[in-house]
Design a protein around this ligand. Sequence first.
Ligand code: GAR
Length: 195
Amino acid sequence: MRNIVILISGSGSNMAAIVRAAERGHWAQRLNARVAAVLSNRADAPGLAFAQDHGIATQVLDHKAFASREDFDAALMAEIDRHAPALVVLAGFMRILTPGFVAHYAGRLLNIHPSLLPAFPGLNTHQRAIDAGCRFAGATVHQVTAELDHGTILAQAVVPVLADDTADSLAERVLGQEHIIYPRAVAEFLRGLPS
Ligand code: GAR
Protein backbone atom coordinates (compact mmCIF):
# COMPACT_ATOMS: atom_id res chain seq x y z
CA MET A 1 0.00 0.00 0.00
CA ARG A 2 1.37 3.42 -0.95
CA ASN A 3 1.20 5.90 1.90
CA ILE A 4 0.25 9.55 1.55
CA VAL A 5 1.30 11.93 4.33
CA ILE A 6 -0.52 15.28 4.46
CA LEU A 7 0.90 18.36 6.21
CA ILE A 8 -1.47 21.04 7.51
CA SER A 9 -1.34 24.17 9.65
CA GLY A 10 -4.97 25.17 9.94
CA SER A 11 -8.49 24.22 9.06
CA GLY A 12 -7.32 21.44 6.79
CA SER A 13 -10.24 21.67 4.41
CA ASN A 14 -8.05 20.60 1.46
CA MET A 15 -6.80 17.64 3.50
CA ALA A 16 -10.42 16.75 4.28
CA ALA A 17 -11.31 16.95 0.58
CA ILE A 18 -8.48 14.54 -0.23
CA VAL A 19 -9.46 12.14 2.57
CA ARG A 20 -13.08 12.15 1.38
CA ALA A 21 -12.00 11.61 -2.23
CA ALA A 22 -9.81 8.70 -1.14
CA GLU A 23 -12.75 7.14 0.69
CA ARG A 24 -15.34 7.72 -2.02
CA GLY A 25 -12.96 6.87 -4.85
CA HIS A 26 -11.72 3.70 -3.15
CA TRP A 27 -8.11 4.74 -3.55
CA ALA A 28 -6.98 1.76 -1.47
CA GLN A 29 -8.35 -0.69 -4.04
CA ARG A 30 -8.03 1.43 -7.19
CA LEU A 31 -4.78 3.28 -6.59
CA ASN A 32 -3.16 1.10 -3.95
CA ALA A 33 -2.89 4.27 -1.85
CA ARG A 34 -4.18 5.60 1.42
CA VAL A 35 -3.83 8.72 3.57
CA ALA A 36 -1.62 7.25 6.30
CA ALA A 37 -0.97 10.30 8.45
CA VAL A 38 -1.76 13.97 8.93
CA LEU A 39 0.95 16.11 10.52
CA SER A 40 0.49 19.65 11.80
CA ASN A 41 2.92 22.27 13.08
CA ARG A 42 0.08 23.68 15.20
CA ALA A 43 -1.62 21.76 18.01
CA ASP A 44 -4.81 23.79 17.54
CA ALA A 45 -5.20 22.98 13.83
CA PRO A 46 -8.90 22.10 13.46
CA GLY A 47 -8.09 19.58 10.72
CA LEU A 48 -6.52 17.20 13.24
CA ALA A 49 -9.90 16.19 14.68
CA PHE A 50 -11.27 15.46 11.21
CA ALA A 51 -8.30 13.18 10.47
CA GLN A 52 -8.68 11.33 13.77
CA ASP A 53 -12.41 10.86 13.12
CA HIS A 54 -11.44 9.21 9.85
CA GLY A 55 -9.04 6.77 11.50
CA ILE A 56 -5.90 8.53 10.30
CA ALA A 57 -2.80 8.84 12.48
CA THR A 58 -2.05 12.42 13.51
CA GLN A 59 1.02 14.07 14.91
CA VAL A 60 1.80 17.61 16.03
CA LEU A 61 5.30 19.01 15.68
CA ASP A 62 5.47 22.58 16.99
CA HIS A 63 8.01 24.55 14.97
CA LYS A 64 8.46 26.96 17.89
CA ALA A 65 10.03 24.15 19.92
CA PHE A 66 13.01 24.04 17.54
CA ALA A 67 16.00 26.37 17.46
CA SER A 68 16.26 26.56 13.68
CA ARG A 69 14.35 25.82 10.50
CA GLU A 70 16.86 23.04 9.79
CA ASP A 71 16.20 21.39 13.17
CA PHE A 72 12.45 21.56 12.66
CA ASP A 73 12.64 20.15 9.14
CA ALA A 74 14.92 17.31 10.31
CA ALA A 75 12.39 16.32 12.98
CA LEU A 76 9.54 16.69 10.50
CA MET A 77 11.33 14.45 7.98
CA ALA A 78 11.91 11.80 10.66
CA GLU A 79 8.21 11.87 11.53
CA ILE A 80 7.09 11.74 7.91
CA ASP A 81 9.52 8.94 7.05
CA ARG A 82 8.06 6.70 9.76
CA HIS A 83 5.24 6.26 7.24
CA ALA A 84 7.55 5.58 4.27
CA PRO A 85 5.45 7.87 2.08
CA ALA A 86 5.05 7.52 -1.67
CA LEU A 87 3.67 11.05 -1.65
CA VAL A 88 3.84 14.05 0.71
CA VAL A 89 1.03 16.57 0.26
CA LEU A 90 1.19 20.12 1.59
CA ALA A 91 -2.32 21.35 2.32
CA GLY A 92 -2.22 24.81 3.83
CA PHE A 93 1.10 24.03 5.51
CA MET A 94 2.32 27.52 6.27
CA ARG A 95 6.03 26.90 6.77
CA ILE A 96 8.82 27.63 4.34
CA LEU A 97 10.71 24.38 3.78
CA THR A 98 14.49 24.06 3.72
CA PRO A 99 16.24 22.97 0.51
CA GLY A 100 17.24 19.76 2.31
CA PHE A 101 13.60 18.90 2.99
CA VAL A 102 12.56 19.63 -0.58
CA ALA A 103 15.44 17.57 -1.98
CA HIS A 104 14.60 14.64 0.30
CA TYR A 105 11.06 14.43 -1.15
CA ALA A 106 11.94 15.46 -4.71
CA GLY A 107 9.40 14.07 -7.16
CA ARG A 108 6.92 13.14 -4.42
CA LEU A 109 6.04 16.51 -2.86
CA LEU A 110 2.93 18.47 -3.91
CA ASN A 111 1.48 21.82 -2.84
CA ILE A 112 -1.62 23.87 -3.50
CA HIS A 113 -1.25 27.61 -3.74
CA PRO A 114 -4.19 30.06 -3.80
CA SER A 115 -3.27 31.95 -6.97
CA LEU A 116 -2.79 31.36 -10.66
CA LEU A 117 0.95 30.77 -10.50
CA PRO A 118 3.34 32.13 -11.58
CA ALA A 119 1.28 35.18 -10.50
CA PHE A 120 1.35 35.99 -6.80
CA PRO A 121 3.65 33.53 -5.10
CA GLY A 122 3.88 34.07 -1.33
CA LEU A 123 1.23 35.42 1.03
CA ASN A 124 -1.93 37.59 0.77
CA THR A 125 -2.62 36.32 -2.73
CA HIS A 126 -6.29 37.31 -2.84
CA GLN A 127 -5.80 40.91 -1.73
CA ARG A 128 -2.91 41.24 -4.18
CA ALA A 129 -5.06 39.92 -7.03
CA ILE A 130 -7.82 42.43 -6.15
CA ASP A 131 -5.33 45.29 -5.81
CA ALA A 132 -3.81 44.44 -9.19
CA GLY A 133 -7.22 44.68 -10.82
CA CYS A 134 -7.24 41.02 -11.89
CA ARG A 135 -10.50 39.90 -13.48
CA PHE A 136 -9.70 36.27 -12.70
CA ALA A 137 -8.04 34.50 -9.80
CA GLY A 138 -7.64 30.88 -8.87
CA ALA A 139 -5.50 28.14 -7.43
CA THR A 140 -2.59 26.00 -8.58
CA VAL A 141 -1.46 22.50 -7.67
CA HIS A 142 2.25 22.15 -8.32
CA GLN A 143 5.27 20.07 -7.56
CA VAL A 144 7.43 21.61 -4.86
CA THR A 145 10.93 22.78 -5.68
CA ALA A 146 13.44 24.73 -3.63
CA GLU A 147 12.07 28.01 -4.98
CA LEU A 148 8.90 29.07 -3.13
CA ASP A 149 5.65 28.41 -5.07
CA HIS A 150 7.46 27.32 -8.21
CA GLY A 151 7.70 23.86 -9.75
CA THR A 152 5.78 21.99 -12.42
CA ILE A 153 2.12 22.95 -12.56
CA LEU A 154 -0.20 19.93 -12.30
CA ALA A 155 -3.61 21.60 -12.17
CA GLN A 156 -5.25 25.01 -12.02
CA ALA A 157 -8.75 26.33 -11.42
CA VAL A 158 -9.95 29.78 -12.41
CA VAL A 159 -12.67 31.88 -10.76
CA PRO A 160 -13.89 35.38 -11.58
CA VAL A 161 -12.98 38.33 -9.37
CA LEU A 162 -16.26 40.17 -8.72
CA ALA A 163 -16.55 43.94 -8.38
CA ASP A 164 -17.50 43.80 -4.69
CA ASP A 165 -15.05 41.05 -3.72
CA THR A 166 -13.06 41.25 -0.52
CA ALA A 167 -10.02 39.07 0.09
CA ASP A 168 -12.27 36.82 2.19
CA SER A 169 -15.03 36.42 -0.36
CA LEU A 170 -12.50 35.72 -3.10
CA ALA A 171 -10.64 33.26 -0.87
CA GLU A 172 -13.87 31.36 -0.25
CA ARG A 173 -14.64 31.11 -3.97
CA VAL A 174 -11.10 29.92 -4.71
CA LEU A 175 -11.13 27.43 -1.83
CA GLY A 176 -14.24 25.78 -3.25
CA GLN A 177 -12.28 25.09 -6.43
CA GLU A 178 -9.21 23.91 -4.50
CA HIS A 179 -11.34 21.15 -2.99
CA ILE A 180 -12.13 19.93 -6.51
CA ILE A 181 -8.73 20.17 -8.18
CA TYR A 182 -6.46 18.99 -5.36
CA PRO A 183 -7.94 15.50 -4.84
CA ARG A 184 -8.06 15.02 -8.62
CA ALA A 185 -4.46 16.13 -9.07
CA VAL A 186 -3.28 13.86 -6.25
CA ALA A 187 -5.08 10.86 -7.78
CA GLU A 188 -3.68 11.68 -11.21
CA PHE A 189 -0.17 12.05 -9.82
CA LEU A 190 -0.45 8.69 -8.03
CA ARG A 191 -1.40 7.05 -11.31
CA GLY A 192 1.86 8.32 -12.78
CA LEU A 193 4.02 7.00 -9.92
CA PRO A 194 5.31 3.44 -9.78
CA SER A 195 2.78 1.33 -7.86
C1 GAR B 1 -5.68 27.15 1.10
O1 GAR B 1 -6.35 28.21 0.45
C2 GAR B 1 -4.33 26.93 0.47
O2 GAR B 1 -4.31 27.13 -0.92
C3 GAR B 1 -3.51 27.97 1.18
O3 GAR B 1 -3.96 27.96 2.51
C4 GAR B 1 -5.33 27.55 2.53
C5 GAR B 1 -5.44 26.38 3.48
O4 GAR B 1 -6.76 26.02 3.69
N1 GAR B 1 -2.11 27.66 1.09
C6 GAR B 1 -1.16 28.60 1.08
O5 GAR B 1 -1.39 29.77 1.18
C7 GAR B 1 0.25 28.04 0.95
N2 GAR B 1 1.18 29.11 0.78
P1 GAR B 1 -7.11 24.61 4.34
O6 GAR B 1 -6.26 24.47 5.61
O7 GAR B 1 -8.56 24.70 4.68
O8 GAR B 1 -6.81 23.54 3.34
